[in-house]
Design a protein around this ligand. Structure first.
Ligand code: UD1
Ligand code: UDP
Length: 386
């Protein structure tokens, strides 16, 4: 692999700003750590602070640049403007031969525009995901479309996402199907856990183990989508409150730090039996997922991880840009309708056969070699520029 570029050292930026981006670029940064031919500049926008820190610590990622943009209650506009301004100021003297961006966040979108305007080849990881509705999820569907316009290489996780790009007229030769880098991280975590189970230690673990020993049925819940904030999120939490009152059911909610999400959760769930915790670090979160009966979530990353762990997900959204989990039978869209969430959850709680058909371990998102494939493709791309 390191034979083509023997005479030149390339500098590659890896930009990230939120928890899921950090998880999904972590193994790529690690891959380059000992390279003789590539230097990595890890650029954090700091769109997330507390929620990203444990991820960076766990994967030993050191930010070379941190724009530190996070403000409580920030708007998407705030994030975009602060990222652009921060990159403008803090990148003086930085010469990049390429810039990796990941996914669909405001950091990703603003970073890709900055890269494009500076004539840096942009490499888009997790390209081509489409829900088909520009407002769902909001603003992510827009962000990934814009990022695609800036990208020189599109790293699509699946054939379906590659096809979306082809349908939109992108050059076939710029699109590569490499799986999703989240599987690289998930594999890393499960391997690490085998050798050191103490890694999955967290304050709530005792309670969860106690529930398991009492044969309680554990539901893992995560909610954070901006487009659901307001009535839809309250509907979701009302359904959760009802479910938490069922005998033998226990619900854990690692609660996102967005103040609007916190407020809705407190308003509806105060005094309920739901175990509300701060956001969990990655290993504890995967540990809880592996112990639960099923997941209720509006998260993108969770829809990708759950099939690998054989955990059904009732997706708290009307659409998904990740149809592979639905096709595999693991994920099912339930939106924010209180009754539907309750009925579908009761089915998974009470009907072992329905649960079993959904709980087959499947992995539509690659074999955990995405980062290696991406690095090889980028090396070939850069060697043609020599
Ligand atoms: C962002 C992404 C979304 C992604 C999600 C992952 C955009 C527009 N949205 O949404 O695509 O799915 O991250 O979680 O890029 N906060 C903290 N500490 C933290 C993180 C957040 O206090 O570590 C609070 C702050 O008050 C912040 C608010 O949460 O203003 C919202 O964070 P923000 O990143 O703007 O939006 P998310 O909903 O997290
Ligand atoms: N996650 C985590 N701790 C939590 C909740 C989620 O480590 O308390 C991980 C999860 O395993 C997945 C990612 O964070 O890899 C998903 O992040 P999020 O749902 O915030 O964003 P999305 O994927 O929807 O963009």
């Amino acid at each position: 692999m390191e034979t083509i570029l023997i005479s030149k050292k390339f500098t590659l930026g890896v930009l990230f700003g939120t928890r899921p981006e950090a998880i999904k670029v972590a193994r790529l940064i690690d891959y380059y750590k000992n390279s003789a031919h590539f230097e990595i500049v890890a650029i954090s926008t700091g769109q997330h602070q507390e929620m990203m820190r444990p991820i960076l610590d766990f994967f030993s990622i050191k930010e070379d640049i941190n724009l530190n943009i996070m403000k409580p209650g920030q708007t998407v506009f705030d994030v975009v403007v602060a990222t652009m301004e921060g990159l403008g100021k803090q990148s003086k003297g930085l010469k990049l031969d390429g810039l990796f961006v990941q996914g669909d966040t405001a950091s990703c979108m603003a970073g890709s525009i900055w890269g494009f305007l500076n004539k840096i080849p942009v490499f888009h990881i997790e390209a081509g995901l489409r829900s088909g509705n520009i407002y769902q999820p909001w603003p992510e569907e827009y962000n990934r479309r814009v990022t695609g316009q800036a990208a020189s290489i599109h790293f699509a996780p699946t054939q379906g996402s590659a096809q979306n790009l082809i349908n939109e007229g992108f050059n076939k030769d710029s699109i590569y199907v490499v799986g999703n880098t989240v599987i690289d991280s998930l594999k890393y975590v499960t391997d690490q856990l085998k050798s050191n189970p103490l890694l999955a230690d967290y304050p709530e673990k005792k309670i969860i183990n106690q529930w398991k020993s009492e044969n309680k049925k554990l539901i893992l819940l995560t909610v954070h989508r901006r487009e659901s904030i307001g009535d839809e999120m309250r509907q979701i939490f009302k359904a959760i409150r009802f479910l938490s009152e069922q005998p033998d059911v226990k619900i854990i909610l690692p609660l996102h730090l967005n103040p609007a999400v916190q407020e809705a959760a407190k308003e509806v769930l105060a005094g309920s039996q739901v175990l509300i915790t701060p956001p969990l670090s990655y290993v504890p979160f995967i540990d809880v997922m592996s112990k639960c009966r099923f997941v209720l979530s509006d998260s993108g990353g969770v829809q990708e991880e759950a099939p690998s762990l054989g955990k059904p997900v009732l997706v708290l959204r009307k659409t998904t840009e990740r149809p592979e989990g639905v096709a595999a039978g693991t994920c099912e869209l339930v939106g924010s309708d209180e009754k539907l969430i309750i009925n579908k959850s009761l089915e998974l709680l009470n009907n072992d056969q329905v649960l079993a058909t959904k709980a087959k371990i499947q992995n539509p998102y690659g074999d955990g070699t995405s980062c290696l494939q991406i690095a090889n493709i980028v090396e070939k791309f850069l060697s043609t520029k020599l």
